[in-house]
Design a protein around this ligand. Structure first.
Ligand code: DGT
Ligand code: CA
Ligand code: CA
Ligand code: ZN
Length: 575
């Protein structure tokens, strides 16, 4: 458990204490402790492990709180929190995540109504029963309803990047054991789905079952859900990501990978096919129905092959035509990370990026790219110190100079230009014409009626300098739904005008998503995949964009930034 996780338990406990109306002095000491830990350079567990040191040496942590920290480190909770949780319904912790309520509001609600679930809280708001309580009103009911809707979007799922990092850490940890051959993530993570419900790890090797033992002893495990001979499930981290680890014999590895990669719908289709062919398919292998003799199972390829199918990339396994394609030998060559030759959406300290132009270019070079485009914000985003015409043109000149400095990477000038409410672009055409890559993005007024939003985007597409539509639906995963517009109409118009659709690789966006990208491709659209990096480390998100493009059945030829620099430049400059 790191300090942040401990601090979160403290915050939570303090909130529960406040709901219970406990002594404000004590509540404050918990909150002060949490603040201290969040900023403390050393980990509490490291201090605790050192026999010569005491937690009380952290300024502001007294004896009482030190004992609490000790408990939290050991078991993820403390006595006071446990006690409070028996007083209130478990949903109390969830209610705290609803904006506008806070501990005082929740205390008031508990005082007046016997509610125990989020659904009941929602019902209270709908029946206008919050507004009769002191200091609450109709506005608050609306706010709570909106926040509940958002909460539901978030709940129970995790960003692909979060799940990926957790899986990598676990693979590393389990891999330290001797006698392990393979540790692979299956499930939605392997399919590259934008959010992941739980992690499914498959382990093979002579010592595979020992990996289960090691897994339940993983320091970040805080609740073991089940532990069998071949499978263990546990929740890890404060976020409570569930992980299922399965130990498998080598001869079943392919069949298990196939089975646990899913999706369920894909598996149903494949299994039905197997039955029709006189086979039985399970996570243990492919068997002949009549005598149960093994036909395949060691590798996925051999399982698919025995079923008369080409191997199907995991990203396509959603039962959306991939089985038919595999049967007819027309599974497309999908774009791969190595096909990407440049990242063409990123920000620098000129606006709201965290690194300079030079640092971003240098970092991109280290990624092995041939080129990048620097696309800072336009002036509509005042908070980001967005560029006006003069600054945009002057900055473009600096970018060109840098590119000629023999940096070893081509740097194109560009801009992420805001699409205003009326569909005009934020900067004048003659300034935009000086730039290589103009991305048009919607960052404001996202709740327009669909018809108005469609008109707005149509108008933006009329601008001849516009080359790419940035994060085209504006969604933020688990936070904000895509805005409403006539997608197909916009695709058709963009195709006519040669404007590409961005697949924004930022893990909270992944916008366009796979299925929209596929629809757009079917109507002739072209794409870019870019990270929208605001820091050099974000450049590494490209892989998530590629996964998303693959889920949209896109190949390298569909993606503009797979072109070599010269061809890319010619294509982007052409009207
Ligand atoms: P998730 O975890 O909600 O993001 O989605 P998945 O696809 O990882 O689903 P999960 O973890 O429930 O199951 C992993 C795979 O196991 C799933 O994609 C397909 C396979 N599977 C096949 N049949 C079944 C079944 O009856 N139950 C479950 N739970 N999984 C099944
Ligand atoms: Ca899963
Ligand atoms: Ca699972
Ligand atoms: Zn943007």
């Amino acid at each position: 458990m790191d300090n942040k996780e401990i601090a979160r338990v403290l915050w939570e406990t303090a909130d529960l204490m406040e709901i219970a109306g406990e002594d404000s002095f004590r509540i404050r000491s918990y909150r002060n402790g949490a603040t201290t830990l969040e900023g403390y350079p050393e980990r509490v567990i490291d201090i605790q492990r050192d026999p010569n040191r005491k937690i009380t040496e952290i300024p502001g942590i007294g004896k009482g709180l030190a004992a609490v920290l000790q408990e939290i480190v050991e078991r993820g909770s403390c006595e006071r929190r446990d006690l409070l949780l028996t007083k209130f319904p478990p949903a109390a912790l969830e209610f705290l995540k609803i904006q506008g309520l806070g501990p005082k509001g929740i205390a008031l609600i508990f005082e007046h109504y016997r509610i125990t679930t989020m659904d009941e809280l929602e019902q209270l708001c709908k029946e206008e029963k919050l507004r009769v309580l002191p200091r609450m009103g109709a506005k608050l009911e609306e706010k709570v309803l909106r926040s509940i809707a958002q909460y539901r979007l978030r709940t129970g799922r995790f960003l692909l990047s979060f799940a990926h990092d957790a899986a990598e850490e676990l693979k590393q940890y389990l891999g330290e054991l001797d006698g392990i051959e393979n540790i692979t993530a299956a499930g939605s993570l392997r399919r590259g789905k934008e959010t992941v419900g739980d992690l499914d790890l498959l382990v093979t090797g002579p010592n595979a079952t020992a990996a289960l033992e090691r897994f339940v002893a993983y320091p970040r495990v805080h609740e073991v859900l089940s532990r069998g001979a071949n499978k263990a499930s546990a929740k890890i981290g404060r976020e409570g990501l569930q992980v299922d680890v399965r130990a498998l014999p080598r001869e079943s590895y392919g069949a298990a990978m196939q089975y646990f990669t899913g999706s369920k719908e894909h598996n149903v289709a494949v299994r039905t096919r197997a039955v029709k062919m006189g086979f039985k398919l399970s996570e243990y292998g492919l068997f002949r129905a009549e005598d149960e003799s093994r036909v395949a199972g060691g590798t996925e390829e051999e399982v698919y092959k025995a079923l008369g199918l080409e191997w199907i990339p995991p990203e396509l396994r959603e039962n959306c035509g991939e089985v038919e394609a595999a049967e007819e030998g027309r599974v497309p060559r999908l774009v791969e990370l190595k096909d990407i030759r440049g990242d063409i959406h990123m920000h620098t300290t000129e606006t709201d990026g965290r690194a300079s132009l030079e640092e971003m270019a240098e970092a991109a070079k280290k990624m092995g790219y041939e080129y990048v485009a620097i696309t800072d914000h336009s002036k509509a985003i005042a908070m980001a110190n967005g560029l006006d015409e003069k600054r945009a043109v002057a900055f473009a000149r600096r970018v060109r100079e840098l590119s000629q400095d023999g940096l070893g990477i081509r740097v194109f000038s560009g801009l992420e230009c805001d699409i205003m409410k009326d569909g005009t672009l934020d900067l004048a055409s003659d300034a935009l014409a000086e730039l290589d890559v103009v991305i048009g993005s919607v960052h404001s007024h996202m709740n327009l009626e669909a018809a108005e939003m469609t008109d707005r985007l149509l108008r933006a597409l009329e601008c001849p300098q516009l080359k790419v539509l940035g994060h085209p639906t504006g969604r933020l995963l688990m936070q904000r739904e895509p805005f409403a517009f006539d997608f197909e109409r916009i695709v058709d118009e963009a195709v006519k005008r040669g404007v590409r659709f961005e697949i924004n690789a930022s893990p909270e966006r992944l916008d366009l998503n796979g299925s929209l990208a596929r629809t757009a491709k079917s109507r002739g659209a072209k794409f870019t995949i870019s990270t929208d990096a605001h820091h050099p480390k974000h450049l590494h998100n490209m892989g998530y964009g590629v996964l998303t493009a693959r889920r949209g059945w896109l190949g390298p030829d569909d993606i503009l930034n797979t072109l070599p620099a010269e061809k890319f430049h010619a294509a982007i400059r052409k009207h």
